[in-house]
Design a protein. Structure first.
Length: 222
């Protein structure tokens, strides 16, 4: 029978690979060299999990002590570097892979936080952080507004999936079923957001506010 540690590790590595590809794609789009691509690949694939591990006291973080995480990140980066044109043409499938990776990380992050004794609320928040942390760090390094702050229900999907895993743990459901339900909910929300453009409400600026925002954008140093 698969133990919870093995199950969590598999989810972690699956999410690492998918997010590492997204980091490598962003690096290629910004014309970084091979080293930069590999760095962004590792950052996107692992920094959410590293942050989670530090916060729950699982130090040193698994991504820094287990060579599989580095290997998976490097493989994803090299695949993207060598086959960028083919991967870039698969933009829609890549978005879906990204949604799958988010589901993996939200579930795995929550499970690990619970295993280390985190409270239900803390575990759900750490599950969300595991899913969005790598992408946020990637965007900060590229001097962009983090995608999670402007993307369609990205953090919301991760938090919803993590909450289901926590709820399953609270009622005594098996971790397998809790993980499956939480991952399915996270993936479903992201799929609907991608497919139908679902997003949270945004503030509507007045004409003066729009002009001010446009001026600020033009004045920003390039």
């Amino acid at each position: 029978m698969i133990t919870i540690d093995t199950f969590t590790r598999v989810l972690d590595l699956g999410g690492t690979f998918v997010f590492a590809i997204s980091g490598a794609l962003a690096a290629v789009n910004r014309r970084l060299d091979l080293f930069g691509i590999l760095v962004l690949s590792f950052v996107a694939g692992n920094f959410g999990g590293i942050t989670r591990d530090v916060l729950i006291g699982a130090v040193p973080p698994a991504a820094l002590t287990n060579g599989l995480y580095l290997l998976v990140s490097v493989i994803a980066g090299l695949i993207t570097f060598l086959a960028y044109a083919g991967i870039d043409r698969l933009r829609s499938p890549v978005l879906m892979f990204d949604a799958v990776g988010l589901s993996f990380f939200a579930v795995a992050g929550t499970q690990k936080a619970l295993a280390f004794g985190a409270s239900p609320v803390t575990a759900a928040l750490l599950g969300m952080l595991t899913g969005i942390g790598g992408g946020m760090t990637r965007d900060v390094l590229l001097r962009e507004i983090p995608q999670v702050l402007r993307s369609d229900l990205y953090a919301v999907a991760a938090l919803a999936g993590a909450a289901v895993v926590v709820g399953g743990s609270e009622i005594g459901a098996s971790y397998g079923w809790s993980a499956l339900a939480g991952g399915a909910l996270c993936l479903g929300i992201r799929f609907m957001a991608i497919r139908y453009g679902w997003r949270l409400p945004v503030a509507h600026l007045s004409a003066r506010g729009r002009r001010k925002a446009a001026c600020s954008k033009e004045d920003k140093p390039r």
